[in-house]
Design a protein around this ligand. Structure first.
Ligand SMILES: [Zn+2]
Length: 73
């Protein structure tokens, strides 16, 4: 079997390439990524979860700039 190659193969690749399950997907497909790109992928998934959440993320301060999380536009 061939060694897996990083899905985002490029000069930034670091570490071992392995198949990773992404828990924000519900199809349980695994994708090969190096350690570096998998770390980026996880960080992106974290942000996506915050953006899609009905609950304001911990960093959101409703008093900041008068913005309100639940305001309808
Ligand atoms: Zn990579």
């Amino acid at each position: 079997m061939d060694e897996p190659r990083c899905l985002q193969e490029g000069p930034d690749c670091r570490g071992k390439v392995e198949y990773h399950l992404n828990h924000d997907r519900d199809d349980f497909k695994a994708f090969p990524r190096c350690e570096h790109h998998q770390a980026l992928r996880l960080a992106q998934a974290e942000r996506t979860r915050e953006l899609l959440s009905d609950v304001p993320p911990a960093w959101f301060d409703p008093s900041y700039a008068g913005e309100r999380w639940d305001e309808e536009y």
